[in-house]
Design a protein around this ligand. Structure first.
Ligand SMILES: Nc1ncnc2c1ncn2[C@@H]1O[C@H](COP(=O)(O)OP(=O)(O)OP(=O)(O)O)[C@@H](O)[C@H]1O
Ligand SMILES: [Mg+2]
Length: 241
């Protein structure tokens, strides 16, 4: 059984159809990367899965449970944590306080402490800067912090919207190294949005490319020619190729 299943899901914003009747699955332990150009519907998909936006039609099934229309806190409690686009840290709070906010739903304090320790092992910088004001961290450091904070709810599936946006390639590499480690050591399932297919190929992810609210290309990007990826991305008709 898949960890996440999206059935005939349509997301609309007013009159705009951002996601158009799409069915997708993510298996436990998988890395799935959702790619595609601006306005393709990537963030709409993520927001809907995490409960921030209600679907127009269709279902979101998490670990066999229909979570369609549930609140984000309920979905997080069932094992799906989402890091939205744009790195929203609580700027006036310290790094440690930000991480403790992430523990809000936890009942087992000892387990939460162990997880705090673990995320600080994965992101050593957060331990070094534990008492620093979060708003003063660099973009890359803030990205690590929001990922670490999302991990504090002990998710089985971590969904991240454009983690590399605005980061130097070296910093992006560090973020992905940490994510791959979490997958390896914790069996974390990853659903990540990135505009380009390059990172998906680098990390061995299965790619789902969206364009105008529909999946236009799916599979292992390492087996796809650059030309095929480009055609799907820009929406050139096969007949013109
Ligand atoms: N809150 C909103 N209100 C109205 N329209 C919206 C809203 N959010 C998204 N849209 C529209 O829905 C479509 C899909 O947007 P979405 O943000 O999901 O795309 P995206 O693939 O994440 O793009 P980007 O790469 O720029 O982040 C676009 O046409 C966008 O203008
Ligand atoms: Mg987006």
């Amino acid at each position: 059984m898949s960890l996440l299943r999206i059935e005939a899901l349509t997301v609309r914003h007013g009159g705009i159809t951002a996601l158009d009747n799409q069915t997708l699955e993510v298996a436990a332990g998988e890395i799935v990367m959702v790619t595609g150009p601006n306005g393709a519907g990537k963030s709409s998909l993520m927001s809907c899965i995490a409960g921030h936006v209600k679907p127009w039609q269709g279902h979101v099934v998490l670990d066999g449970r229909d979570v369609t229309g549930r609140a984000p806190e309920q979905i997080a409690a069932l094992g799906l944590s989402m890091v939205p686009e744009g790195r929203h840290v609580f700027g006036a709070m310290t790094v440690l306080e930000n991480l403790r906010v992430g523990c809000g739903l936890r009942r087992d304090a000892a387990a939460a402490r162990r997880d705090l320790d673990y995320v600080m092992d994965v992101f050593p910088l957060l331990r070094e800067r534990a008492q620093a004001q979060a708003g003063l961290l660099s973009g890359g450091q803030q990205q690590m912090l929001v990922i670490a904070r999302a991990l504090m709810t002990a998710p089985r599936l971590l969904a991240i919207d454009e983690p590399s946006l605005g980061l130097a390639p070296r910093v992006t590499d560090q973020v992905y190294e940490a994510l791959l480690r979490l997958r390896e050591e914790r069996g974390l399932t990853l659903l990540i949005v990135e505009q380009s297919a390059t990172r998906a190929a680098l990390v061995g992810a299965r790619m789902l490319m969206l364009r105008e609210g529909r999946v236009v290309l799916a599979g292992d990007p390492r087996g796809m020619s650059a030309e095929r990826i480009e055609r799907a991305y820009f929406g050139y008709e096969e007949a013109h190729a």
